[in-house]
Write a protein that binds this ligand. Structure first.
Ligand code: ISE
Length: 336
């Protein structure tokens, strides 16, 4: 049976996901779309066989025709749509962040726990990226011994000057390394600190760019993340883990090196959609399989909440300059 999916939010990532679900994932069909811009929703619906536009996203969630929901609207709208999907008992895939505050994420965790059923998957797609998976497999095999520290970089070519804030470098960009840290090392972050290097002249006046985010796990692994959202030259994601007996890092992406005319060259991907295209494909494929089998897998609402609490501690540190503890509520039984 094909899963009938309703997609809320038809911006860049929403339309990318609609294309994936329509062209590459045979077990699913997008049959409903909604957007704050009704005209855009109608235009997108016209381009997808069988899809109808909905003016109100809550009607889409409630529709009997919709089996599962994808939320790719703006961050402040996530909480109400995810809560409505939980109330309707429908599986929901929500792009990061799960909600725009840790309290909002907690309300989602509590609603899901009260229902006693995992319905939410959060879009932390690096967990599906073949390179990140290979790195985790090497760690899990123990080849480099106990991990001690990691160096990461998250570089975007540029961000919109007026509406991008210093907090967004954490909640929109570093949130991925925050999740990767929890996932790679299978442990929680205990404290964080954010350092402010000399600002890039490419960054808008109000933006602290770059930033260095320091994460320390409970066992004492230190992770430094350079977040530089106006690096200018491309979208560049790096991670090197140093262990007792060796190191493991993400290889250059894509893995082609051109040697020519006294030079050794490789390319840098232009943007996140290109760099993580394969990861998104695998992620949505896996989500559709989990909906079909009614066995939840992938990053949970708890993972969304945990990442949000760490991000909020980072924002506090960005303001105070101090090392800041991460304070998380107790994990409900459902997520153990
Ligand atoms: C973008 O919004 C994303 O979600 C990407 O995954 C992230 O790497 C990028 O920095 C963000 O701008």
């Amino acid at each position: 049976m094909s899963i009938n999916i309703g997609v809320i939010g038809t911006g860049r990532i929403g339309t990318d996901h609609i294309r994936r679900l329509t062209d590459r994932i045979t077990a699913a069909s997008v049959i409903a779309v909604s957007d704050i811009d009704a005209q855009r929703a109608s235009d997108v619906a016209r381009s997808v066989p069988q899809a109808s536009p909905y003016r109100d996203a809550h009607d889409l969630i409630a529709s009997d025709a919709v089996n599962a929901v994808v939320v790719t609207s703006s961050a402040p709208t996530h909480e109400s749509y995810v809560l409505a999907a939980i109330e309707a008992g429908k599986p929901v895939f929500c792009e990061k962040p799960l909600a725009d505050t840790a309290d909002g994420c907690l309300r989602i965790v509590e609603a899901e726990a009260a229902r006693g059923q995992r319905l939410v998957q959060v879009g932390f797609m690096r967990r599906y990226d073949p390179q990140h998976r290979a790195l985790k497999a090497a760690l899990d095999e123990g080849t480099i011994g106990t991990p001690l520290l990691a160096h990461c970089a998250h570089r975007n070519p540029r961000v919109p000057a007026e509406r991008y804030t210093s907090d967004m470098s954490i909640t929109g960009a570093a949130i991925h390394e925050i999740d990767s840290t929890r996932w790679l090392f299978d442990e929680e972050v205990a404290t964080v600190q954010v350092l402010k290097p000399r600002r890039s002249p490419r960054a808008a006046e109000h933006l602290q760019d770059p930033q260095v985010v320091l994460l320390e796990t409970h066992s004492g692994i230190h992770v430094d993340v350079e977040v530089f959202v106006n690096c200018g030259y491309g979208y560049d994601i790096r991670c090197e883990v140093v262990g007792e007996d060796g190191t493991v890092s993400l290889a250059d992406h894509p893995n082609v090196v051109l040697v020519h005319d006294h030079a050794r060259q490789t390319t840098v991907t232009p943007d996140w959609a290109t760099r993580f295209g394969t990861a998104y494909d695998i992620e949505l494929h896996s989500w559709v399989e989990s909906v079909a089998s009614a066995v939840a897998s992938g990053p949970s609402a708890w993972d969304g909440y945990a990442a949000a609490t760490i991000a909020e501690a980072c924002i506090t540190s960005l303001q105070t300059g101090q090392r800041t503890p991460v304070l998380t509520k107790d994990m409900p039984e459902l997520y153990r």
